[in-house]
Ligand binder design. Structure first.
Ligand SMILES: [Zn+2]
Length: 309
């Protein structure tokens, strides 16, 4: 089945700092993996820039203005917090990363493709409505969800986040919005410190915590027994995935024990569910993943499952 790959070379122009784990080589590794023969049938599209109107559906005007206004000279950085920086190309990369989700939602909601994957950076799920955070500038998944509702009259959208870190930014953006469900599995304790099971929003937030060292069985159980049933009960019209691959056993930033097969397993389950309840519509956007070979092979396993599922 045709799957759309949305990306933009501007996403390579962003860097947080010298020698930072969220680096341009991450995206290069993913794109190189997707050049393999088995991915020749992917449709490919360049990400547009998100518009201010689209960003403002999630972020405060002061936040959007501040991020877009920071353009340091080549070779210099402006640090926004201890771990999030902006370089000369960062504002453009952030606009394309958010815009990729918009283009993917448009293609999927118009029925041009059933699934889409956005190979982008900076990632988005830590960016809160009023501040950048944790390598993230704009909340790419939440912006895509609001776009589906505003531009395509979707009544319910689910965001599923399997990055090893809790998507505090996505949760903050949607926790009072009954039209959007947020379901996340993540290591606990771990950065950013949010994502306890008690955090329920208006009943639309579903967090599943996993202890450091957790094996794949616990991860699969959390999705099979808790998170996917909650998504099914919500009956979304579109599923958006925050696809972070830093729960991989080789990832240097966290301590879960997943392998490529686990990302493929969950992607297949999500596609099965989407086929049953929402016309198969799935949009996925890249979040974390900091061991380059593990990131590349995990993203490839994810996209393979989107194509085969
Ligand atoms: Zn992460």
């Amino acid at each position: 089945m045709n799957v759309l790959l949305v990306t933009h070379h501007a996403c390579l122009g962003h860097s947080n700092a010298d020698d930072h784990p969220e680096c341009p080589d991450r995206l290069r590794a993913v794109l190189r993996a997707l050049e393999a023969e088995e991915f020749a049938l992917l449709l490919r599209e360049e990400a547009p820039e998100a518009t201010e109107e689209q960003l403002l559906r999630v972020h405060r005007p002061e936040h959007v203005g501040a991020v877009l206004g920071i353009r340091p000279p080549e070779g210099e950085w402006v640090m926004l917090d201890a771990e999030t920086g902006m370089a000369a190309g960062s504002a453009d990369a952030a606009l394309r990363a958010a815009g990729a989700g918009i283009a993917a939602v448009d293609a999927v909601c118009r029925g041009e493709v059933k699934r889409a994957f956005c190979a982008v950076r900076p990632p988005g799920h830590h960016a809160e409505p009023d501040r950048p955070m944790g390598f993230c500038l704009f909340s790419n998944a939440a912006i895509a969800a609001r776009h589906a509702i505003a531009a395509h009259r979707m009544r319910r959208v689910a965001i599923l986040d399997f990055d090893v870190h809790h998507g505090n930014g996505t949760q903050a953006a949607v926790e009072r919005d009954p039209a959007i469900l947020f379901a996340s599995s993540h290591q606990w304790p771990c950065y950013p410190g949010t994502g306890h099971e008690r955090e329920r929003g208006v009943g639309n937030i579903h967090n599943a915590t996993l202890p450091p060292g957790a094996e794949p069985g616990l991860f699969r159980e959390a999705w099979r027994d808790i998170l996917l049933p909650a998504v099914e009960e919500f009956v979304p019209e579109l599923i958006i995935i925050s696809a972070g691959f830093d729960a991989h056993a080789r990832d240097p930033l966290a301590q879960l024990r997943l392998r490529e097969a686990d990302f493929a397993w969950l992607t297949e389950r999500i596609c099965d569910l989407a086929d049953r309840i929402c016309g198969g519509r799935v949009v996925s956007t890249l979040e974390g993943g900091y061991d380059l070979p593990a990131l590349a092979s995990s993203a490839a396993a994810h996209v393979r499952a989107l194509m085969n599922g």
